[in-house]
Design a protein around this ligand. Sequence first.
Ligand code: KIV
Ligand code: ZN
Length: 509
Amino acid sequence: MDKVIIFDTTLRDGEQAAGANLNVREKLRIAKQLDELGVDVIEAGFPVSSPSDFESVCLISKEIRRPVICALSHANAHAIDRAWEAIREAAHPRIHVFMSASDVHLLYQLNKSREETLEISREMVSRAKNYVDDVEFSPMDASRAEPAYLYNVLESVIDAGATTVNIPDTVGYATPYEFGELVQGILANVPNIHKVVVSVHCHNDLGLAVANSLEAIRAGARQVECTINGIGERAGNASLEEIVMAVKTRQDFFNLITNVDTTQIYKTSRLVSELSGFAVQSNKAIVGANAFRHQSGIHQDGLIKKVTTYEIMDPKSVGILANTLVLSKLSGKHAFKERLAELGYSLDEESLRRSFQSFKELADKKKEITDRDIESLVTEELRTVTETYHLDHVEISCGNHSLPTASVRLIGPDGQSLADAALGTGPVDAVYKAINRIVGIRNKLTEFTIKSVTGGIDAIGEVLIRVESDDETYTGRGASTDIIVASAKAYMNALNRFLAKKAIEEEKT
Ligand code: KIV
Ligand code: ZN
C-alpha cells in the first residue's frame, strides 16, 4: 500500500501561533515525542528568524536521529546558509525554501515580476542543493496563484534539484474540490513532477484544512504538512491526529498508510497543549475530552450491545486509556512508578521522589486518584523552566466582608527567603501583587483560565495564564487542589519563564 509522508510542523508553523512561545528545551521535548509518535519529517524551525530558533534547530538536529529534520528558509542566500548551519549535524537534513507565487503577493508584498520570482526560486533551490540532497520548495499562496505560472515554477525548481514540492493553501482559501483539482492539475501538467514527492500544507481559516489535505492525498499528494492539535498561524494548520486517524479509520477509502504509531497521539497532544499553553477544546476530534464520551441513552444502549454501533475508533488506538481509579494513599512508590510507566512516563530518581511526595500529599486530600490526577502531578514536576524564584508559602484571607489580603514567601536566586504581603481586589489579585512586590517585573495579565482535572469537589484545579512584558507573551501553568495556590504557581511559572529568557539573552550579549 502507498504511504503518506507525515511532515510535522508543530515546532515551526505551530509555534507561529500567537502566544505559543516555546523555549529551546520545550521544543526538544516535543521533538522527542514526535519521534516516538513516528512522524517522518520534523520541521524544527526557521533558523534565520531568531537566535533561539537557530539554537533549537541545531539541538534537535543533534539529538533526534531517526526522522528527517527540516529547516525553513526564505528564498535568499543568507537564510539558506543559516538553515544549513543549523541542520548540518542532522542524520537526515532537509532545507525547505519558500517563495510567494500569487500575483497579490508578488505585486503588493514583494514588488517583483513573475519572471524575477521564478528565477530567484530556481537559484535558491540550487543554492540549497549545494548543501544537501533533500530540498523542499513551497510556492507560497499557491492556491491563489495562476495555475499556468505555478506549473512553470514547479518545473523549474524540480530541474534545479527540489525533491519535494509543497503546495500551500497559505490563507486557507481553497475548498476541498478546488484543492483536489489543483493537485490533479499539477500532476497532469508539470512534466517532471514524477521525479518528486508532492506535498500539501493547508491552513484552517475556513475550517477546511483537514478536508483540503485529505482531498489532496486522494488526488495523489503523498506528503501532508500538519501540526499537533492543529495549532498554527491564525486559525491554525491541518491537525495531524485528524489526518492520520482519517487515513487509518477509512483505509477502505484511501487505500493508504502512514508510519505514525497512533497510540502515541493522545500523549503528544497533551504535551503540546501543556507546553504551548493552548487548551484543546472538549469537542475536538480524536483528542478532545468528549471525543469518546457518549451522553445519550440511545448511544449508551447501542454501545453496550455492540461497541461499533456508535464508535468508529477504539479510544485505545489513539492512546486514551480508560480513566481508571488507580491508587490510594496506601499505595507505595513501586505501584506509583509502575502506573507512571503504564501511562508512558519514565522519570529520573529525583523527579520520581518529588512526584511521589506530591502524590502522597494529594492522596491525603483526595480519596480517589485517577490517571488524569497523576498526569497533572507529573506534568507539574516536568515543567521545564529553571526556577529563579520558588513559591514556598502562600496564605490569603478573603470573604464578602473582608479585604482580600495575601502574604507570600518565595525562595530567591541565592536561596534567600523573601516575604511580602499585599491587598487586592480579590484573592488572586492580592497574591499577584504580593509576588510583584518581591520579584518586581512589570507585566500585564492578559489571560486567566481555570479548569478542574476531574469531576468532584476535591478535584485538582489547573490554572493557565498569559502575561505580557516587554512586548512578549509568557504562558504560565500551575495545578493544586487549592485554586489560589494553583494561580500563584501559574504566575511564578510565567515570571520564571520571563527571567529564564532574559538570562539567555544576556548570556548572548
Ligand atoms: O503557509 C505557508 O505558506 C507556509 C509556507 C512557509 C510553507 O507556512
Ligand atoms: Zn503555513
